[in-house]
Design a binder for this molecule. Structure first.
Ligand code: MN
Length: 322
């Protein structure tokens, strides 16, 4: 998926920049989602909770969108667009989608499966919803910032049709990324990271956490109370770090995502679909995409004219670290 905001702002990533609250300590911070049109003639609204005004990363997680449920033949059509310096994580609760990228990947994804694309120094991809069995499209799109040592590597794409899952007392846990509660995902990670889906009926539950990670809980659907906060669907609740567990109260059949990782120590810049080490990295990536240079490759199956053009960059440089 792409950031289709017409006027994206440049965002500093990492614990050192753009973050009002400290990553250390078990603070609770509600990060309400805002609605952003995904674009297209019948623009689907997505709920974006990261980056937010108050926080830009949770571990290396740097972008959290949730969308749907939405029905229709072309409910999601995102033409080819570039990425640098990040991984995209596609996870569906309903519906079906087709991923095509400049490595030649062409993969249908269904609920319970994981698409993880590692852009490295550059990749292009397009995505569209498929009618499939007619189930409404419902899912999340997450980005993971790559650290400097992985930012310049070759791009890669992984589809995982099977992920480790466990069901205990009506709580079903599926691990997308990293290790959670003794289950380990096969997906490639570049920093210590965790991402898990938790499905629960009404009731109280306790999730085990790593004390050296910071964590957040995304309410995808249903009702949740955590640390005195009652997020709406699409909202994120940051839990800070230093916790051995978190206690949740679920108010009916609900789907949550636990996201966490080692607090991201590097300073990065994110703008539109790019993560770079500096403002200059972003300017260069944008110019090379606009010029259709080899860096991003070709995506077959899409009209040339449909490829997304990068927006104009804002007139100001990213504010340096203070
Ligand atoms: Mn994308």
């Amino acid at each position: 998926m792409s950031n289709l905001d017409d006027t994206p702002t440049e965002t500093g990533l990492g614990a050192a920049v753009g973050t009002a609250a400290p990553a250390s300590g078990p603070a609770v911070q509600l990060l309400p989602a805002r609605e952003v049109p995904l674009g297209g003639p019948r623009a689907m609204l997505v709920r974006r909770s990261l980056p937010s005004r108050a926080r830009t990363t949770v571990g290396a997680w740097c972008f959290v969108d949730s969308y749907g449920p939405a029905t229709g033949e072309h409910v999601m059509v995102v033409p080819p667009h570039p990425h640098t310096g990040l991984q995209t994580v596609t996870w569906l609760l309903g519906g079906e989608a087709l991923h095509q990228d400049s490595l030649g990947s062409e993969v249908r994804i269904r609920p319970g499966q994981l698409n993880m694309m590692t852009s490295g120094h550059g990749i292009a991809h397009g995505e569209r919803s498929l009618v499939g069995d007619g189930t409404a499209l419902h899912g999340v799109q997450l980005w993971v910032a790559l650290p400097e040592r992985h930012r310049h590597q070759d791009p890669g794409f992984e589809h995982h049709a099977q992920l480790p899952t466990r069901e205990v007392d009506g709580v079903r846990t599926t691990v997308l990324v990293g290790t959670f509660d003794g289950l380990t995902s096969p997906a490639t990670t570049c920093t210590p990271l965790v991402g898990a889906e938790v499905r629960s009926r009404a009731g109280a539950l306790r999730l085990p956490l790593r004390q050296d990670f910071e964590h957040a809980v995304l309410l995808v659907s249903g009702r949740l109370e955590v640390g005195g906060e009652e997020p709406a669907e699409g909202d994120l609740v940051h839990l800070g770090s230093g916790r051995s567990h978190v206690d949740l109260v679920v108010g009916g059949p609900s789907v949550l995502m636990l996201l966490g990782g080692e607090p991201f120590g590097e300073e990065l810049v994110m703008w539109w679909n790019f993560v770079g080490g500096s403002h200059e990295d972003i300017v260069l990536a944008r110019e090379q995409w606009q010029a259709r240079e080899d860096r991003f490759g070709e995506v077959t199956g899409w009209d040339e004219g449909s490829w997304l053009r990068a927006p104009e960059m804002p007139g100001v440089r990213l504010r340096p670290r203070t």
